[in-house]
Design a protein around this ligand. Structure first.
Ligand code: GLA
Length: 703
C-alpha cells in the first residue's frame, strides 16, 4: 500500500527516477581508524533520513544550486533531518547549501521555496543559515565538529509551499579520524499516557452542535463516556426526532430549518451529566470537523466488507464513538478494477472538452492503471450504475449495519475515469453515482482527483477546469434525499481552499498524502510540513467547510514516536482538521487510544466557533499556534519541531491579552495556575504542550 501514492506524487517520483546517483567515495571504502578520512554524507544510509515526501526521495545525485552543478551531495525536501553518529571522532563538516533548481516540479511554483539549514551537535545549534530561497547562491558551510557525538543536519521550511523546498547539502562531507560515521534513527522516547483515566460516571463529550438538512434522514449518536449501561434523556427535541434511551442515538427526519436547543441527560449507576446539544437544521452540515475512520492506511487495496464492519464494531467497543468518532469510510478499491482496456462509453457531451479514456491514456502521462482484476466483473450494469466488486457483496446491507450501531458510512470515488489505484471512477457518471451512493445509504463521499488531470495533459488545468468536476458532483449530491458530506481530495492544487467551499466541499485536502513515505522516518516530516503549510488558511475554514491536512497516522504501522503522536493530534485539533484515524481499529493500543480520545483536546477541535489556529510565533524550531474558542478562551500549542529539547515561551501580549491568564494543560487535564505576563515550558524533541488560557479573575490564585 505504501507503494501507492497520489497521482502527482507518482509523476514526481517518475521524474526523480530519471536521475541516477553518482557516488564519490563509499562508506565501506574508508581508511582504518587513526588516519584522517573524508566521508561523503551521501555514502551513509540515507534511509535513516526523515524528509517531506514531495519531492523528497533521499537523493545522492548531482545537484544544482543557482545553475551551479555539484557531482555529489544529498538533498531533502524540508522539513527534513539526518542524525549522524560520530562518537567524538569528527573534526569538520563541510557543504554548500541552497535550494535545488534542477527539477521543475509539475504544478509547483518552485520560486516559493524558503528553507533554513541547521548543523547541530549534541543538542545545540553549531551553525545556521539565513533563509535560503531560489535566489540565494550556494552558501559554503564549514563547521568544527570536534568532540561531537551526534551530528544533525536539519532543514526547516519557513514557507507554505513545502513541495518547493528542495534543500541541497551539496558536497556534504565529514572529516573524521578514520572512524566510520553512521546515519542513525533518532532515539524514541518511552510513551507516557498523559490523558487521565476518564471518569466512570457519565460525561457528555464534544461535539455539542450538529447540523442536518430539513426533511433528510437524521442520525446522531450522543458522545457520552462512562460506564455502561447508560441511560439517556433529551428535552426539547424537535418534532420528527426521537432518542433511543438505551443507545443514545437520536434519529428520525430532520425538522424544518431552525436552531433547536436540546437538553441531554446521561445517567448510569455512578452518576449523571447533562448538557445542551444544539441541533441546527438548515443548509449547512458538518458544523464541526468530521471525526471517524478511513481504511486506506490499514487495509488499502485489500479492503472488504468484513474489515469495514469490524472497524465499525471496534469504534464502538474501543469507546471511540463515545468521543464523537462516527464516520466509517471505505477508501479506494471497493469498485471494479477494469484494467487498461476499459472504455468509458457514456455520453460525454456534457463536458466542454470530452476525451475518451483511451485518448487520455495516449497523452504524455504514461501511467497506466494496470491489469483488470480477475473475477471483478463489469464496472457498471446495463443502466450504467456502478457495481461494487465481490469483496463488497451488499453495500446497502453493510451501511444498514453501520447505521444500526449509530455510526455513519463513507465512500470514495474519483472524478476521473479511474481512481488512483486503477478502479472505476465517476467520470461521465456523476449523477448516477451520486444516486447510487445515496441509495446505498452513504453519508460521506471522498472525491479524489487522481487521474482527472489526464483530460488536459500535458497542460495543467485552469482553475475553472479544476473546479468543474467538483461542481458537477456537488450538483448531483445536492439532488439526493440525504446529507452526504463532500470530502474533496486533490492535494491542495490550485489553492483549493479559496474555492473549496463555493464548489460544495465540506473539506478539502491541503497537501499530499502524509502516509506516502519513502524512508522509515518520514511520517513526522510529512505531518509537520502539511500542518505548518496551513498557516494563513484559517480564513477559508469554518463551520461547514474545513481545511483537511489528511488522516491521523499514529499507532501501530506508523513510525511516529509518542511525542510526535501528541504533536500530531495537537496540530490537528488546533487546525480544526477532520479527525479521521486510518490505523488498524482492531489493533488500537492503549497509548494511541488515549491520544485519540482526550475529551479536552477534542473540544479544541470540535469547538462550535470553528476558528482554525494561526501561527502566532515562530523562532527556529519553536512554534506557537493559537485558536480562539467559543467561550472566550484560547487554545495554544507550544510546539518544538526541532531535534532536541528546548524552551518555548509565549508572552500574553503576543496573544493580545492584557491581564493575568489561567493556564490549563489539556493533555494532562490539569490547571497549571495563573500567570501574569507569559508562560514557558521545556518541550521535548518533536513534542508539544497544549494549553487552554482564560482571563483570570481576582479570586484566582497567582503563580
Ligand atoms: C490518493 C489519496 C489517498 C487515498 C489514495 C487511494 O493518494 O490522496 O488519500 O485515497 O489516493 O488510492
Amino acid at each position: 500500500m505504501m507503494k501507492h501514492t497520489s497521482c502527482i506524487a507518482r509523476i514526481i517520483v517518475l521524474i526523480l527516477c530519471m536521475f541516477t546517483p553518482g557516488l564519490a567515495l563509499s562508506a565501506d571504502e574508508t581508511q582504518p581508524p587513526g588516519n584522517k578520512t573524508v566521508i561523503p554524507v551521501s555514502s551513509l544510509d540515507l534511509n535513516q533520513m526523515s524528509l517531506t515526501f514531495i519531492p523528497g526521495v533521499p537523493m545522492k545525485r548531482p545537484l544544482r544550486i543557482q545553475g551551479q552543478n555539484f557531482a555529489d551531495g544529498i538533498w531533502m525536501c524540508a522539513h527534513g533531518f539526518l542524525h549522524i553518529q560520530l562518537d567524538g571522532h569528527g573534526s569538520k563538516f563541510t557543504a554548500k547549501v541552497g535550494i535545488d533548481d534542477s527539477i521543475p516540479l509539475h504544478m509547483t511554483d518552485m520560486k516559493q521555496a524558503a528553507v533554513v539549514f541547521y548543523v547541530q551537535g549534541d543538542g545545540r545549534d553549531l551553525w545556521k543559515s539565513p533563509v535560503m530561497t531560489p535566489d540565494s547562491p550556494p552558501l559554503p558551510v564549514s563547521v568544527d565538529i570536534s568532540g561531537i557525538n551526534k551530528l544533525v543536519l536539519l532543514a526547516l521550511p519557513i514557507n507554505r509551499n513545502y513541495a518547493a523546498n528542495i534543500a541541497d547539502w551539496a558536497e556534504a562531507q565529514l572529516e573524521t579520524d578514520g572512524y566510520q560515521p553512521k546515519a542513525v534513527s533518532p532515539e524514541r522516547e518511552a510513551g507516557e499516557i498523559l490523558t487521565p483515566a476518564p471518569p466512570q460516571a457519565p460525561r457528555i463529550n464534544a461535539p455539542r452542535i450538529y447540523g442536518a438538512r430539513p426533511g433528510h434522514p437524521f442520525q446522531f449518536l450522543l458522545p457520552v463516556s462512562g460506564e455502561r449501561p447508560m441511560q439517556y434523556k433529551a428535552k426539547g427535541l424537535p418534532k420528527g426526532l426521537a432518542l433511543d434511551a438505551a443507545t443514545g442515538v437520536i434519529s428520525g427526519t430532520a425538522p424544518k430549518a431552525g436552531a433547536y436547543k436540546v437538553k441531554i441527560i446521561a445517567k448510569n449507576s455512578l452518576g449523571k451529566d447533562s448538557n445542551t446539544l444544539r441541533v441546527v437544521i438548515g443548509d449547512t452540515i458538518s458544523l464541526t470537523p468530521p471525526m471517524g475512520f478511513n481504511d486506506w492506511y490499514s487495509y488499502g487495496m485489500e479492503v472488504n466488507e468484513d474489515d469495514m464492519l469490524n472497524c465499525a464494531r471496534a469504534m464502538i467497543d474501543s469507546g471511540m464513538s463515545q468521543y464523537g468518532y462516527s464516520y466509517i469510510g471505505i477508501d479506494d478499491a471497493w469498485m471494479v478494477k477494469p484494467g487498461q482496456d476499459y472504455e468509458v462509453l457514456a455520453d460525454d457531451s456534457h463536458y466542454a472538452d470530452p476525451k475518451t479514456f483511451k485518448e487520455m491514456m495516449n497523452t504524455t502521462y504514461k501511467l497506466v492503471p494496470g491489469e483488470a482484476e480477475p473475477g471483478h466483473g463489469k464496472p457498471r450494469d446495463e443502466q450504467g450504475r456502478i457495481n461494487s466488486n465481490p469483496k463488497f457483496p451488499d453495500m446497502k446491507a453493510m451501511t444498514d449495519q453501520i447505521h444500526a450501531m449509530g455510526l455513519k458510512a463513507g465512500i470514495y470515488s474519483s472524478p476521473g475515469p479511474i481512481t488512483c489505484a486503477g478502479f472505476v471512477g465517476s467520470y461521465l457518471y456523476e449523477d448516477q453515482d451520486a444516486q447510487r451512493f445515496a441509495e446505498w445509504g452513504f453519508d460521506l463521499l471522498k472525491y479524489d482527483w487522481c487521474y482527472y488531470g489526464w483530460r488536459w495533459a500535458p497542460e495543467l488545468p485552469s482553475s475553472d477546469q479544476m473546479k468543474e468536476p467538483f461542481i458537477r458532483m456537488n450538483e448531483a449530491l445536492k439532488k439526493q434525499p440525504r446529507d452526504i458530506l463532500f470530502n474533496l481530495c486533490q492535494y491542495g492544487l490550485g489553492d483549493i481552499w479559496e474555492w473549496g467551499e463555493p464548489v460544495g466541499g465540506h473539506s478539502w485536502r491541503t497537501g499530499n498524502d502524509i502516509g506516502a513515505v519513502i524512508t522509515g522516518n518520514s511520517y513526522y516530516s510529512n505531518m509537520v510540513s502539511v500542518a505548518l503549510s496551513e498557516n494563513g488558511l484559517d480564513k477559508w475554514a469554518g463551520p461547514g467547510h474545513w481545511n483537511d491536512p489528511d488522516y491521523l497516522l499514529i499507532g501501530k504501522r506508523f513510525n511516529v514516536s509518542p511525542n510526535e503522536a501528541y504533536s500530531y493530534m495537537s496540530f490537528w485539533s488546533l487546525l480544526c482538521a477532520p479527525l479521521i484515524y486510518s490505523g488498524r481499529m482492531d489493533q488500537l493500543d492503549e497509548f494511541t487510544l488515549n491520544v485519540l480520545c482526550n475529551s479536552e483536546v477534542l473540544e479544541v477541535n470540535q469547538d462550535p466557533l470553528g476558528q482554525q489556529a494561526k501561527v502566532i510565533k515562530r523562532e527556529d524550531y519553536r512554534c506557537v499556534l493559537a485558536k480562539d474558542m467559543e467561550d472566550g478562551s484560547t487554545a495554544v500549542g507550544l510546539f518544538n519541531i526541532g531535534e532536541f529539547e528546548t524552551t518555548v515561551r509565549i508572552n500574553w501580549k503576543d496573544l493580545g491579552f492584557k491581564g493575568p491568564m489561567k493556564v490549563r494543560d489539556l493533555w494532562r487535564q490539569q490547571d497549571l495556575g495563573v500567570f501574569e505576563h507569559e508562560f514557558e515550558k521545556t518541550v521535548p524533541r518533536h513534542g508539544v504542550f497544549l494549553l487552554r488560557l482564560s482571563p483570570a479573575s481576582s479570586s484566582d490564585k497567582k503563580e
